[in-house]
Design a binder for this molecule. Sequence first.
Ligand code: GLU
Length: 447
Amino acid sequence: MEVKKIMADLERKHPGESEFLQAVQEVLESIEPIYNQHPEFEAAKIVERIVEPDRVFTFRVTWVDDKGEVQTNIGYRVQFNSAIGPYKGGIRFHKAVNLSMLKFLGFEQTFKNALTTLPMGGGKGGSDFDPVGKSNGEIMRFCQAFMTELWNNIGVDTDIPAGDVGCGGREIGFLNGMYQKLARKYHTGVMTGKGMTWGGSILRPEATGFGALYFTNLVLKTAGKDIKDKTVAISGFGNVAWGAAMKATELGGKVVAISGPDGVCHIPAGITAEMIDYMPVMRSSNRNKVQDLADKFPSLVTFVPGKKAWSVKCDIALPCAFQNELNGDDAKELIANGTWCCCEVSNMGCTPEAIHEFQSNGILFAPGKAVNAGGVATSGLEMTQNCMHISWTGKEVDERLHHIMESIHEACVTFGTQPDGHIDYVKGANIAGFMKVAQAMLEQGII
Ligand code: GLU
């Protein structure tokens, strides 16, 4: 395999799909040396096959807003790879959603899900629907319209969607309700991230953030450090940022910043339990303004408009919002301010330039597909509970999540330890995830 040639072919076939091409390039660069030691992969053209989704559905979503006006959005479901299990992955509702974004997310999801140790293939879906400023009724009508097209392509053994940016517990409720009405199938396991009274798993809402901090802790421990009394900057204030802020605080870290599209909230004394509780309130208001935190807690929080979380001095940076939210200049600013660890919690949160800055300056860095895998792993645990028709306690789920994050860390160490002894978590995660999917594809023939 030659990365340059594969990338040139992909660029020709999918011009302009910048996020997708970026995600593929990163994985291929990591796996090239090891792939080339496996002639059986080359003979079965594993790489050429793994970079193309199994199939993509796109559909029109038409709904009526509160003013009585007709709105039309585009809906997608990318069923990327099912070599190790049914398609599994979230649904993103954001105005910037397009095919490139969902293909990158489906591709990443394939390897992330492989890392979780659970039998889940990779998928992703979403729409360019913008939840900002929408009423509850509008969100419900949009979700129902989205599901009228999607329902026939998902199922408990085929494709199991969940939440992602702009799609939380409320949206999963509306989607699941419409699915059951249309499909007349009442198995609880066709979506994950469900409410606690209708098949949801305890700790699923917190799982991405909690898992990310368990992983961060392992990265720190392996490097002979810990999080106690360290300052932490977090981007975003959605579900992932909320869980991360809660667990970072619980483990003794001091969260000094959270941010939004409007700017950053600086919290010099550290985030409080009341502020953490306020994060979901801010999110579900659909205002998308982090300034609301400073308005609510004026004596403890300073809002700086137009600035990112990376402008705040911190030991540990945790991108928890969107792809490419931390670029090369941000990485330089962080490093100049003394940051020594960055664990990517969002999917592809750092640009290649930022990762290069971190790695070449000896900053501890771990990629999203390992760090944030606790979310989908706990979705896998939710599916298991649904299939067994039982419900585990929070303690049981937490122990399993812990164990899974430890396994992922171990896989990164196994595949990412370099000749000089340092651990390259990017390589480790990419190689470990790829080898599992590639082997499964190989054993199942040319399909
Ligand atoms: N959207 C989440 C992710 O990026 C969770 C997916 C899921 O639970 O299926 O992994």
